[in-house]
Design a binder for this molecule. Structure first.
Ligand code: SF4
Length: 293
């Protein structure tokens, strides 16, 4: 295949701080879209507010720079009226797991086919480094006056217990690995989460590139099998993945959990809304049993 990243990259100036993990995510996401050979006109990327949210301006695709914490509802609306589009949400840990946490959980229960790429740097970078929901209790980054007094959210555990059917963690500066995981997440039948660990070089002096380099190891290197092959194994696979995600001494990255056995939201809709598959772009009315709703 001809290498053509320019097809997916806009010519806008990128104003992230030099060394920010967002650069690694942008490069990997573009490479994933290129290798999947997805047409820019058939991709919709939605973001909320934050440094990470600017990514939609740098990728040549349909994009919505929406409201703080509300990227997921925007994306759900897009996917429901345009089920033919590949829909991706890019958002920070503050955006998706703080004000947007309710939407994050509700999306898992739906299992709608879309991909969430979580820019996980543990701080609110755009607003000068306050503690974000993934910053552990007791950690004091340079922007905090006192150590963090909140306990942290584990995105992997939250996603699996909310119903996400593809749940992975990756590192922003391991581009090849991240790209492959994004590709698998996009191709997954159902809702997928890629929790991307990334340095914020300006406000997080604890979780730096050096910190991640020393701690990270790959699940596949120890023969981890994330795939659910039988419905009776769902609970055990989910519990094992959640347990694994709490490891701290060394941080595992890779696919924790993959379950393609459950119906997607689209399939559940098709069972009750006869006209669902024929919804055309721009349609706002759908019919159930011959009646408009
Ligand atoms: Fe990246 Fe942090 Fe700079 Fe924001 S403040 S662009 S997250 S390094």
């Amino acid at each position: 295949m001809e290498h053509n990243p320019g097809k997916y990259r806009t010519d806008l100036w990128i104003d992230w701080c030099p060394g920010c993990g967002n650069f690694g995510i942008l490069a990997s996401e573009i490479k994933a879209l290129e290798e999947l050979n997805l047409e820019p006109s058939k991709i919709a990327i939605v973001s909320g507010i934050g440094c990470s949210a600017k990514i939609i301006h740098y990728i040549n695709a349909n994009g919505v720079h929406s409201l703080h914490g509300r990227a997921i509802p925007f994306a759900i609306g897009i996917k429901l009226v345009r089920p033919d589009l590949t829909v991706i949400v890019n958002g920070g840990d503050g955006d998706l797991l703080g004000i947007g946490a309710g939407h994050f959980v509700a999306l898992g229960r739906r299992n709608l086919q879309m991909t969430i790429i979580l820019h996980d740097n543990r701080v609110y970078g755009l607003t000068k480094g306050q503690a974000a929901p993934t910053l552990p209790l007791g950690v004091k980054t340079k922007a905090l006056a006192i150590p963090n007094i909140y306990t942290d959210i584990n995105p992997i555990a939250l996603a699996i217990s909310s119903g996400y059917t593809f749940v992975a963690r990756a590192y922003a500066f391991d581009s090849e690995h991240l790209k492959e995981i994004i590709k698998k997440a996009i191709m997954h039948r159902g809702v997928s989460l890629v929790d991307v660990l990334q340095p914020c070089v300006t406000f997080n002096d604890i979780h730096t590139a050096d910190y991640f380099k020393k701690k990270i190891y790959k699940l596949e290197d120890e023969g981890w099998d994330p795939v659910v092959r039988d419905p009776k194994d769902i609970e055990e696979k989910a519990l094992n993945a959640i347990r694994k995600s709490f490891e701290e001494e060394k941080i595992p990255v890779g696919i924790f959990y993959e379950n393609s056995l459950l119906p997607t939201y689209e399939e559940r809709l098709k069972n009750v809304i006869k006209s669902y598959p024929s919804i055309s772009p721009g349609t706002t009315k759908i019919e159930v049993n011959g009646k408009s709703i």
